[in-house]
Design a protein around this ligand. Structure first.
Ligand SMILES: NC(=O)C1=CN([C@@H]2O[C@H](COP(=O)(O)OP(=O)(O)OC[C@H]3O[C@@H](n4cnc5c(N)ncnc54)[C@H](OP(=O)(O)O)[C@@H]3O)[C@@H](O)[C@H]2O)C=CC1
Ligand SMILES: CC(C)(CO)C(=O)C(=O)O
Length: 314
């Protein structure tokens, strides 16, 4: 199976490297030239549970360099780059190409469907983690972490089985779901638990999980998400906010920083619109109040704006 990753940063490199090590034909596509050059020159260095392996994999900065159609395109750019990224991937998308997002948040499948057609789009969520340590060097958190994929209409198709088989053979624990929408909301609750609060406070998980008033705020944000999903008729498996709160920190050290905090600290935009913002948008549609998530969206956007050249800035 020829698998092309659109976005080969922390997670794209982690999952792409693991699939390549497992024997799949993998292409990593990313504009980060130094990263691409390092991978092509010396392989992708993957640090996993203290041991480093070097994986031979091909990287390039543009889909035009691949020269052949992909069987599977996995989208792992930050959410706000999704539309531009899938448009730029047109040269590798043919009649049989499946396009799948493993990004955090909600709404990517609608963007992808608008660009490539809904029949080509599958959905997925992953609990795998990755950190880019430098060009060509990634810390992988694949071990014991589940990935769930599925068709948008819930059918257990041959193509879905093929993809989950390829992932499992490579060592990525993958399950096929006939309720991928529920899976996507379950994962959203995990991100809602700590994303906005840590972005606003600058706290690592050690701090977040020490202060009861922050736990109350997190539980309130998750509860709003659960109420919205239930109003939308989504079959979620997390119905107790405390479960999402506990799951969000499972296996992570006190010094862990959420991706939303990491984005702010590295001077980038966050995915707040796709995480807390999804709860707010769905809540507005269904008449479910979401004041805690609305406040978190406003505050994170305020922090992003404070770094811009806004009128009156001294
Ligand atoms: N890292 C993790 O542990 C996890 C991440 N996720 C999700 O995965 C997604 C990716 O996150 P992560 O890997 O951390 O992010 P990164 O920022 O590390 O990687 C994204 C990469 O995509 C590149 N990119 C931007 N535009 C394009 C484009 N048009 N074509 C190809 N590549 C492009 C970026 O380059 P540039 O920097 O130049 O913009 C960057 O190198 C997010 O939705 C995140 O929420 C989900 C679970 C865990
Ligand atoms: C690892 C986890 C679940 C932590 O909230 C995450 O997905 C993130 O930080 O974006």
């Amino acid at each position: 199976m020829r698998i092309c990753f659109i976005g080969a940063g922390a997670l794209g490199s982690t999952i792409g490297g693991t699939l390549a090590r497992g024997g799949a034909e993998v292409w990593l596509i990313d504009p980060f030239q130094a990263h691409v050059d390092a991978i092509n020159a010396g392989g992708l260095r993957v640090l996993e549970v203290g041991a480093e392996t070097v994986v031979k994999v091909t990287a390039c900065t543009s889909a035009t360099q691949v020269g052949v159609e992909a069987d599977l395109v996995i989208v792992l750019v930050k959410s706000y780059h999704t539309r531009d990224a899938i448009r730029a991937a047109a040269p590798i998308i043919g009649p049989r190409t499946v396009v799948m997002s493993l990004q955090n948040g909600l709404g990517h499948e609608d963007i992808l469907s608008e660009e490539v057609g809904r029949d080509r789009v599958m959905a997925g969520k992953t609990y795998v983690g990755g950190v880019l340590l430098g060009p060509g060097h990634v810390r992988s958190g694949v071990l014991g972490k589940e990935t769930i994929i599925g068709e948008l209409d819930g059918r257990l198709t041959e193509r879905a089985q093929l993809i989950s088989g390829t992932f499992n053979r490579a060592g990525i624990l993958t399950r096929l779901s006939d309720n991928i929408l529920g899976t996507m909301w379950d994962k959203l609750f995990i991100n809602v638990a700590g994303g906005g609060i840590t972005a606003v406070t600058g706290l690592t998980y050690g701090g977040l999980y020490s202060l009861p008033v922050l736990e109350d705020c997190a539980l309130a944000a998750i509860s709003e998400g659960i109420a919205v999903a239930q109003a939308a008729g989504v079959k979620i498996s997390i119905t107790d906010p405390r479960r999402a709160w506990t799951m969000a920190s499972a296996g992570l050290p006190p010094e862990f920083k959420t991706s939303m905090l990491q984005s702010l600290q590295s001077g980038n935009l966050t995915e707040v619109d796709y995480i807390h913002g999804s709860v707010v948008r769905w809540g507005a549609r269904l008449n479910v109040p979401t004041p805690v998530n609305s406040t978190l969206v406003a505050l994170v956007k305020g922090i992003e704006y404070a770094r811009s050249d806004y009128p009156g800035r001294s």
